[in-house]
Design a protein. Structure first.
Length: 286
Protein backbone atom coordinates (compact mmCIF):
# COMPACT_ATOMS: atom_id res chain seq x y z
CA UNK A 1 0.00 0.00 0.00
CA UNK A 2 1.39 3.41 -0.93
CA UNK A 3 1.95 6.02 1.82
CA UNK A 4 -0.39 9.03 1.09
CA UNK A 5 2.28 11.71 3.98
CA UNK A 6 2.04 11.45 23.08
CA UNK A 7 3.60 14.11 25.23
CA UNK A 8 2.65 13.92 28.84
CA UNK A 9 3.66 16.36 31.50
CA UNK A 10 2.94 17.23 35.11
CA UNK A 11 1.15 20.54 35.44
CA UNK A 12 2.92 22.94 37.76
CA UNK A 13 -0.44 24.48 38.65
CA UNK A 14 -1.62 21.39 40.52
CA UNK A 15 1.29 21.11 42.98
CA UNK A 16 0.45 22.43 46.46
CA UNK A 17 2.43 22.36 49.71
CA UNK A 18 2.59 24.07 53.12
CA UNK A 19 5.76 26.18 53.47
CA UNK A 20 6.78 27.78 56.78
CA UNK A 21 9.46 30.08 55.36
CA UNK A 22 8.65 32.15 52.30
CA UNK A 23 11.42 33.49 50.07
CA UNK A 24 10.55 36.53 48.00
CA UNK A 25 12.73 36.73 44.90
CA UNK A 26 12.61 39.54 42.38
CA UNK A 27 12.89 38.15 38.83
CA UNK A 28 13.39 40.51 35.88
CA UNK A 29 10.61 40.50 33.28
CA UNK A 30 13.02 39.22 30.64
CA UNK A 31 13.87 36.27 32.86
CA UNK A 32 10.19 35.39 33.25
CA UNK A 33 9.70 35.46 29.48
CA UNK A 34 12.76 33.26 28.93
CA UNK A 35 11.48 30.82 31.57
CA UNK A 36 8.06 30.68 29.90
CA UNK A 37 9.70 30.08 26.53
CA UNK A 38 11.73 27.25 28.06
CA UNK A 39 8.62 25.63 29.52
CA UNK A 40 6.73 26.06 26.24
CA UNK A 41 9.60 24.37 24.43
CA UNK A 42 9.09 21.40 26.76
CA UNK A 43 5.36 21.44 26.10
CA UNK A 44 4.35 23.10 29.39
CA UNK A 45 2.11 26.10 28.81
CA UNK A 46 2.44 25.68 25.03
CA UNK A 47 -0.27 26.00 22.40
CA UNK A 48 -2.79 23.16 22.30
CA UNK A 49 -4.53 21.42 19.42
CA UNK A 50 -7.70 19.34 19.43
CA UNK A 51 -9.49 17.54 16.59
CA UNK A 52 -13.25 17.16 16.91
CA UNK A 53 -14.92 14.88 14.35
CA UNK A 54 -18.65 14.65 13.72
CA UNK A 55 -18.74 10.84 14.00
CA UNK A 56 -16.30 8.24 15.32
CA UNK A 57 -17.26 5.60 12.74
CA UNK A 58 -16.97 5.92 8.98
CA UNK A 59 -17.15 3.46 6.07
CA UNK A 60 -14.58 3.05 3.30
CA UNK A 61 -14.79 5.88 0.76
CA UNK A 62 -16.91 8.11 2.98
CA UNK A 63 -16.14 11.63 4.20
CA UNK A 64 -15.50 12.67 7.80
CA UNK A 65 -16.09 16.29 8.72
CA UNK A 66 -14.75 18.02 11.78
CA UNK A 67 -12.85 20.94 13.25
CA UNK A 68 -9.28 21.52 14.34
CA UNK A 69 -9.24 23.77 17.41
CA UNK A 70 -6.02 25.59 18.31
CA UNK A 71 -5.62 27.58 21.52
CA UNK A 72 -2.70 29.78 22.53
CA UNK A 73 -0.37 29.05 25.42
CA UNK A 74 1.68 31.30 27.69
CA UNK A 75 4.00 32.58 24.95
CA UNK A 76 3.81 33.43 21.26
CA UNK A 77 4.73 30.42 19.12
CA UNK A 78 5.50 30.06 15.41
CA UNK A 79 3.63 27.09 13.92
CA UNK A 80 5.25 25.72 10.77
CA UNK A 81 2.38 23.39 9.89
CA UNK A 82 -0.88 21.90 11.18
CA UNK A 83 -1.52 18.38 9.93
CA UNK A 84 -3.80 15.37 10.44
CA UNK A 85 -2.47 11.85 9.79
CA UNK A 86 -4.60 8.71 9.61
CA UNK A 87 -2.62 5.93 11.30
CA UNK A 88 -3.29 2.18 11.18
CA UNK A 89 -2.02 -0.18 13.87
CA UNK A 90 -2.27 -3.96 13.78
CA UNK A 91 -0.33 -7.11 14.52
CA UNK A 92 0.02 -10.52 12.94
CA UNK A 93 1.57 -13.85 13.81
CA UNK A 94 4.77 -14.91 12.04
CA UNK A 95 6.85 -17.93 13.07
CA UNK A 96 4.98 -18.19 16.39
CA UNK A 97 5.74 -14.53 17.21
CA UNK A 98 3.52 -11.46 16.98
CA UNK A 99 4.77 -8.64 14.78
CA UNK A 100 3.46 -5.11 15.35
CA UNK A 101 2.47 -3.04 12.32
CA UNK A 102 2.15 0.75 12.17
CA UNK A 103 1.26 2.35 8.85
CA UNK A 104 0.47 5.96 7.97
CA UNK A 105 -2.39 5.88 5.48
CA UNK A 106 -2.18 9.55 4.55
CA UNK A 107 -1.64 13.08 5.84
CA UNK A 108 -3.80 16.16 5.33
CA UNK A 109 -2.08 19.56 5.66
CA UNK A 110 -4.62 21.80 7.38
CA UNK A 111 -2.61 25.04 7.58
CA UNK A 112 0.96 26.33 7.63
CA UNK A 113 3.05 29.32 8.71
CA UNK A 114 0.97 30.88 11.47
CA UNK A 115 1.75 32.60 14.76
CA UNK A 116 -0.27 31.53 17.79
CA UNK A 117 -0.30 34.48 20.17
CA UNK A 118 -0.11 33.94 23.92
CA UNK A 119 -3.60 33.70 25.40
CA UNK A 120 -5.22 34.27 22.00
CA UNK A 121 -8.83 33.16 21.41
CA UNK A 122 -9.31 29.62 20.15
CA UNK A 123 -8.84 29.32 16.40
CA UNK A 124 -11.20 26.90 14.60
CA UNK A 125 -10.37 25.36 11.20
CA UNK A 126 -13.06 23.22 9.47
CA UNK A 127 -11.75 20.03 7.83
CA UNK A 128 -13.09 17.33 5.49
CA UNK A 129 -11.29 14.01 5.17
CA UNK A 130 -12.26 11.35 2.63
CA UNK A 131 -11.21 7.79 3.38
CA UNK A 132 -9.73 5.72 0.54
CA UNK A 133 -11.81 2.82 -0.78
CA UNK A 134 -9.04 0.24 -0.60
CA UNK A 135 -7.63 0.32 2.95
CA UNK A 136 -8.09 -2.34 5.66
CA UNK A 137 -11.10 -2.08 7.95
CA UNK A 138 -11.19 -1.97 11.75
CA UNK A 139 -11.43 -5.64 12.68
CA UNK A 140 -9.89 -7.75 15.42
CA UNK A 141 -6.44 -6.36 16.19
CA UNK A 142 -6.56 -3.76 13.41
CA UNK A 143 -7.39 -0.24 14.61
CA UNK A 144 -7.09 3.38 13.45
CA UNK A 145 -6.57 6.81 14.93
CA UNK A 146 -6.15 10.38 13.72
CA UNK A 147 -2.95 12.10 14.91
CA UNK A 148 -3.34 15.89 14.77
CA UNK A 149 -0.04 17.73 15.07
CA UNK A 150 1.24 21.28 15.51
CA UNK A 151 4.74 21.49 14.06
CA UNK A 152 6.49 24.09 16.23
CA UNK A 153 10.14 24.85 15.53
CA UNK A 154 12.59 24.04 18.35
CA UNK A 155 9.82 22.80 20.64
CA UNK A 156 7.95 19.66 21.58
CA UNK A 157 5.10 19.37 19.09
CA UNK A 158 1.61 19.44 20.68
CA UNK A 159 -0.57 16.67 19.31
CA UNK A 160 -3.99 15.09 19.72
CA UNK A 161 -4.96 11.43 19.26
CA UNK A 162 -8.52 10.48 18.27
CA UNK A 163 -9.56 6.90 17.59
CA UNK A 164 -11.79 6.25 14.59
CA UNK A 165 -13.49 3.05 13.45
CA UNK A 166 -13.19 2.27 9.73
CA UNK A 167 -16.19 0.19 8.68
CA UNK A 168 -16.62 -2.05 5.61
CA UNK A 169 -18.58 -0.49 2.80
CA UNK A 170 -22.07 -1.81 2.05
CA UNK A 171 -20.87 -4.55 -0.30
CA UNK A 172 -18.05 -5.84 1.88
CA UNK A 173 -20.55 -6.02 4.73
CA UNK A 174 -22.83 -8.07 2.46
CA UNK A 175 -20.03 -10.64 2.09
CA UNK A 176 -19.45 -10.75 5.86
CA UNK A 177 -23.19 -11.20 6.49
CA UNK A 178 -23.42 -13.87 3.78
CA UNK A 179 -20.56 -15.85 5.34
CA UNK A 180 -22.27 -15.63 8.72
CA UNK A 181 -25.49 -16.85 7.11
CA UNK A 182 -23.60 -19.88 5.76
CA UNK A 183 -22.28 -20.66 9.24
CA UNK A 184 -18.70 -19.39 8.94
CA UNK A 185 -17.28 -17.94 12.16
CA UNK A 186 -14.28 -15.65 12.68
CA UNK A 187 -11.07 -17.23 13.94
CA UNK A 188 -8.93 -15.30 16.49
CA UNK A 189 -6.51 -13.96 13.86
CA UNK A 190 -9.26 -12.77 11.52
CA UNK A 191 -8.73 -9.17 10.45
CA UNK A 192 -4.97 -9.06 11.06
CA UNK A 193 -2.99 -6.82 8.70
CA UNK A 194 0.61 -7.77 7.87
CA UNK A 195 1.64 -4.55 6.14
CA UNK A 196 0.58 -5.76 2.69
CA UNK A 197 -2.93 -7.18 3.02
CA UNK A 198 -5.65 -7.89 5.57
CA UNK A 199 -6.60 -11.52 6.06
CA UNK A 200 -9.94 -12.84 7.27
CA UNK A 201 -10.00 -16.41 8.59
CA UNK A 202 -13.16 -18.45 9.09
CA UNK A 203 -14.08 -21.80 10.60
CA UNK A 204 -17.10 -23.60 9.05
CA UNK A 205 -19.75 -24.65 11.58
CA UNK A 206 -22.56 -25.90 9.33
CA UNK A 207 -22.12 -25.58 5.55
CA UNK A 208 -19.25 -27.90 4.51
CA UNK A 209 -18.10 -28.25 8.12
CA UNK A 210 -17.03 -31.85 7.42
CA UNK A 211 -15.21 -31.00 4.21
CA UNK A 212 -13.37 -27.75 5.01
CA UNK A 213 -10.74 -27.00 7.61
CA UNK A 214 -10.94 -23.23 7.12
CA UNK A 215 -11.73 -20.47 4.65
CA UNK A 216 -9.52 -17.41 4.14
CA UNK A 217 -10.54 -14.19 2.40
CA UNK A 218 -8.70 -11.10 1.18
CA UNK A 219 -10.57 -8.00 -0.01
CA UNK A 220 -9.76 -5.00 -2.13
CA UNK A 221 -12.76 -2.68 -2.33
CA UNK A 222 -13.02 -0.31 -5.25
CA UNK A 223 -15.41 2.47 -6.12
CA UNK A 224 -17.62 0.20 -8.27
CA UNK A 225 -16.47 -3.36 -7.63
CA UNK A 226 -15.08 -5.74 -5.06
CA UNK A 227 -11.94 -7.78 -5.71
CA UNK A 228 -12.04 -10.95 -3.66
CA UNK A 229 -9.36 -13.62 -3.14
CA UNK A 230 -10.58 -16.83 -1.51
CA UNK A 231 -8.41 -19.64 -0.16
CA UNK A 232 -10.21 -22.92 0.49
CA UNK A 233 -8.49 -25.34 2.87
CA UNK A 234 -9.75 -28.92 2.61
CA UNK A 235 -9.93 -31.04 5.73
CA UNK A 236 -7.58 -34.03 5.39
CA UNK A 237 -6.99 -37.15 7.47
CA UNK A 238 -4.33 -39.79 7.93
CA UNK A 239 -0.72 -39.99 6.80
CA UNK A 240 -1.35 -38.89 3.21
CA UNK A 241 -3.53 -36.08 4.48
CA UNK A 242 -0.64 -34.89 6.62
CA UNK A 243 1.66 -34.90 3.59
CA UNK A 244 -0.93 -33.05 1.49
CA UNK A 245 -1.27 -30.46 4.23
CA UNK A 246 2.52 -30.02 4.47
CA UNK A 247 2.80 -29.56 0.70
CA UNK A 248 -0.33 -27.35 0.62
CA UNK A 249 -1.98 -29.77 -1.82
CA UNK A 250 -5.18 -29.50 0.20
CA UNK A 251 -5.64 -25.79 -0.62
CA UNK A 252 -7.07 -23.90 -3.55
CA UNK A 253 -6.84 -20.17 -4.09
CA UNK A 254 -9.14 -18.34 -6.50
CA UNK A 255 -9.89 -14.68 -7.21
CA UNK A 256 -13.05 -12.95 -8.38
CA UNK A 257 -14.02 -9.43 -9.31
CA UNK A 258 -17.64 -8.77 -8.40
CA UNK A 259 -19.34 -5.58 -9.66
CA UNK A 260 -21.46 -3.92 -6.99
CA UNK A 261 -24.34 -3.89 -9.46
CA UNK A 262 -24.40 -7.71 -9.24
CA UNK A 263 -24.73 -7.70 -5.44
CA UNK A 264 -28.43 -7.22 -4.77
CA UNK A 265 -28.93 -8.83 -1.35
CA UNK A 266 -27.18 -10.82 1.37
CA UNK A 267 -29.15 -13.93 0.37
CA UNK A 268 -28.02 -13.62 -3.25
CA UNK A 269 -24.38 -13.11 -2.22
CA UNK A 270 -24.61 -16.15 0.11
CA UNK A 271 -25.92 -18.28 -2.76
CA UNK A 272 -23.06 -17.09 -5.01
CA UNK A 273 -20.41 -17.80 -2.38
CA UNK A 274 -21.89 -21.23 -1.71
CA UNK A 275 -21.72 -22.11 -5.39
CA UNK A 276 -18.11 -20.88 -5.69
CA UNK A 277 -16.93 -22.77 -2.59
CA UNK A 278 -18.57 -26.03 -3.66
CA UNK A 279 -17.21 -25.75 -7.20
CA UNK A 280 -13.63 -24.95 -6.14
CA UNK A 281 -13.64 -27.62 -3.43
CA UNK A 282 -14.27 -30.29 -6.06
CA UNK A 283 -11.10 -29.17 -7.88
CA UNK A 284 -8.80 -30.00 -4.95
CA UNK A 285 -7.09 -33.26 -5.91
CA UNK A 286 -6.14 -34.86 -2.64
Amino acid sequence: MTNRSLLSYTSLDNISATIDIVFIVSVPLGGIILFKNLLAGLGIGAAKVNLEITRPQVALGEVIEGEVRISGGNVDQQVEQVSITLVLESKYKHDDKYVNVRHEIGTLKVADKMVIKAGSPERVIPVRLQLPYDIPVSWGRTRYYFATNLDIKNAADPNDIDEVVVLPNTYMQMVFDALSMLGFRDKPASGDYNGRFQQFEYKPTSFMARELDELELYFVAGERELYLVMEIDKKTRGFFGMIADELELDERRVSYTIPYSDMQSVEQVAATLKEIIESEYRKINC
